[in-house]
Write a protein of this length. Sequence first.
Length: 214
Amino acid sequence: MTQTKAITDAITTLTDVENRFGFVRIEDDQFFSEWCEELPNLTETEKENLDVLRRRYIYHRADGNLLEGTVMLLLVSPLLALAGFYDSPFRIKAEESVNLVVDDGEEVLRRRIDVLVLLSRLWVMVLESKKTTLSVFTALPQALAYLMANPNPNLPVYGMVTNGDDILFIKVVQEDTPQYNLSRVFAPFTSAKELYIVLQILKKFGQSILDFGF
């Protein structure tokens, strides 16, 4: 009999997600070079917009910890807009339901995710935001599980995990054995340059996705 569980209940650690899906981490710069090589330049206007975004975030963060909805409004949504993910040919869906069938169809994992960016039904980015009191790594197991729901497993998929203070990027390639690797952690709360690089990476992801075609 098929059992349905919440992803947040069934997968809480990297061991959980690696065992369930056979994930292997590939610690090779060539596997995930998109976050650190040949990043696009930013215009002065883009930098100025990022400076405003950062000042707003710091202003509200100074009053205490921020819940994930506030992080989405202050940081994630503006970054997606600046990176072009709200414009053609990308389409965005929020709070999308995700179903993952594992263990030969005997178990279904279900969860609604925070933001899902789509390109002609191609799942291209998942962002899982957490409260600012939690490490970005606490969201990593669930983010990897979400990325396994990519309807085009022959294409790479990217993710971004953030609690507002820190940002972590993920790349997943399924093929025969699901593989993943991580970027370094970026801390835009501590430096404007960190936020500049984050936008450069997002723009690079968008171009990489378009290069693969439909």
